[in-house]
Design a protein around this ligand. Structure first.
Ligand SMILES: Nc1ncnc2c1ncn2[C@@H]1O[C@H](COP(=O)(O)OP(=O)(O)OP(=O)(O)O)[C@@H](O)[C@H]1O
Ligand SMILES: [Mg+2]
Length: 442
């Protein structure tokens, strides 16, 4: 989390081309949270996060930026779609559930950290249990020399288990029943409570141990779970997780334009859109939300909202909500050059994906640079002529070029296949030039 803004931008640069304004704003917001955490408590409480609104047409990298951030950061982070929620009182998920999801995310981060720090203990526990099963213990009455031999055997066995030589052996395990964890993220709070008491009942029914025949390999992972659960102090994990979600949590609210009420579509506006916006107000501004793990205050949670705002405008959001997203960044539309860079310079670009996929068939796929230029050019033209769907256009364009090749890949096993500029043009010229055709195909 203590990456500098420049480092965050540098990381994002590997995956998202351009959009520097957005990257900078977000990197700064993240750094500000880090700075705030270094201050003394009274000042900390005064400094509120400045929520961000990202505006940019479809397929220009809004969600991609957040997806990458989520992977990079070890702070509690969730990405939710605003359009998924309904007004309180209606059937569906209410907006408070996003805070609960954030806490759940935070808990899994803290748990993973604890497991990491308990790693040696867990490893030991697993090894001892397995060796115990593989080597029957020596009777108490055994002579000293027997005991020495046994020690030798024991350490030899430990080595073999660690090296995985015994993985196929079957042993009988007595496992303590693991706590039953329901995935309750979709439940409304009242149900979540009912379900919690259910888990308690189940836990008491399942008190008796269960005995299982498993391979050593499976035993390793089963025992690992058991050990980490035994070592975990649930109360302190929950407290730490709540604290982190409160102070460092980030919620990425995607598709926020879908809950704006636009004049154009006023005929079909469903009343719950405005309700959802109103329900969002207290959460974004700061309020207490009760979760299964304790109450959390949302004052310092950072919200990053994003939307294409094709049909509606940011000003179509209710004013109170607009005001709660003071930082606005716009994402640029993609040019031919950006499309080319997206194809060639991103870490797991589409081209690399196709090359890897067809590599499985033993086919060596290569793209001439001129061909890639042509792809970018045609994708850009298709965006201009029909709808601008940003980088997503590359998916359809590439699929069109490669479909046949991909189908016949088995014939090229061990051979090279070069995508040339001519091939690209022969596949696509007709489609791109013909508006009607490209509306259907690209
Ligand atoms: N600037 C970019 N650099 C690299 N890849 C990009 C860029 N913009 C878009 N992409 C790619 O295009 C696809 C769609 O992008 P993304 O999901 O970010 O769109 P979006 O801006 O969220 O659009 P929407 O408003 O429709 O949700 C992703 O696969 C992403 O990798
Ligand atoms: Mg998106």
């Amino acid at each position: 989390m203590n990456l500098t803004p420049k480092e965050i931008v540098a990381y994002l640069d590997k995956y998202v081309i351009g959009q520097n304004a957005a990257k900078k704003t977000i990197a700064l917001a993240l750094r500000t949270r880090y700075r705030r955490m270094q201050l003394d408590e009274t000042l900390q409480n005064e400094i509120m996060p400045k929520n961000i609104l990202m505006i940019g047409s479809t397929g220009v990298g809004k969600t991609e930026i957040s997806r990458r951030l989520a992977k990079m950061m070890s702070v509690p982070f969730i990405k939710v779609e605003a359009s998924k929620y309904t007004e309180v009182g209606f059937v569906g998920r209410d907006v408070e559930s996003m805070i609960r999801d954030l806490v759940v995310n935070s808990i899994s981060i803290v748990k993973a950290e604890q497991e990491e720090s308990n790693r040696d203990k867990i490893d030991n526990y697993v090894l001892n249990k397995i060796v115990e099963k593989l080597l029957p213990p020596l009777p108490e009455s055994a002579s000293e020399s027997k005991k020495d031999d046994y020690q030798m055997l024991l350490s030899a066995m430990e080595k073999r288990v660690e090296a995985g030589e015994m993985d196929d052996k079957i042993i009988t395990l007595d496992l303590a029943k693991l706590n039953i964890e329901f995935d309750d993220s979709g439940l409304p709070p009242e149900m979540a409570k009912v379900q919690e008491s259910f888990s308690k009942v189940f836990a008491s029914i399942n008190k008796e141990d269960n005995t299982k025949e498993v391979s050593v390999k499976d035993a390793k992972s089963l025992l690992r779970q058991e050990a980490s659960q035994k070592l975990l102090d649930t109360a302190s994990v929950n407290a730490e997780a709540l604290r982190r979600a409160e102070n460092g949590g980030i919620i990425f609210l995607d598709e926020i334009d879908k809950i704006a009420l636009s004049e154009k579509s006023s005929g079909r506006n469903d009343p719950s859109k405005e309700g959802v916006q109103r329900d969002l107000l207290p959460i974004v501004e700061g309020s207490s939300v009760s979760t299964k793990y304790g109450t959390i205050n949302t004052d310092h949670i950072l919200f990053i909202a994003a939307g294409a705002f094709h049909v509606s405008k940011p000003s179509d959001l209710i004013p109170e909500l607009q005001g709660r997203f003071p930082l606005r960044v716009e994402l640029e539309s993609l040019t031919e050059e950006t499309l080319y860079q997206i194809l060639t310079q991103t870490q797991n670009s589409l081209l690399k994906q196709y090359i890897a996929l067809l590599g499985v068939e033993g086919m060596t796929l290569t793209f001439e640079d001129e061909a890639i230029r042509a792809i970018a050019k045609l994708a850009h033209r298709a965006n201009e002529n029909t709808e601008d769907i940003g980088a997503r256009r590359l998916h359809t364009v590439l699929e069109n070029i490669l479909e046949e090749t991909s189908y016949d890949a088995d014939e090229y096993s061990g051979k090279e296949f070069v995508i040339t500029k001519d091939l690209v043009h022969s596949k696509l010229d007709e489609v791109v030039e013909d508006d009607d055709l490209s509306r259907y195909i690209l």
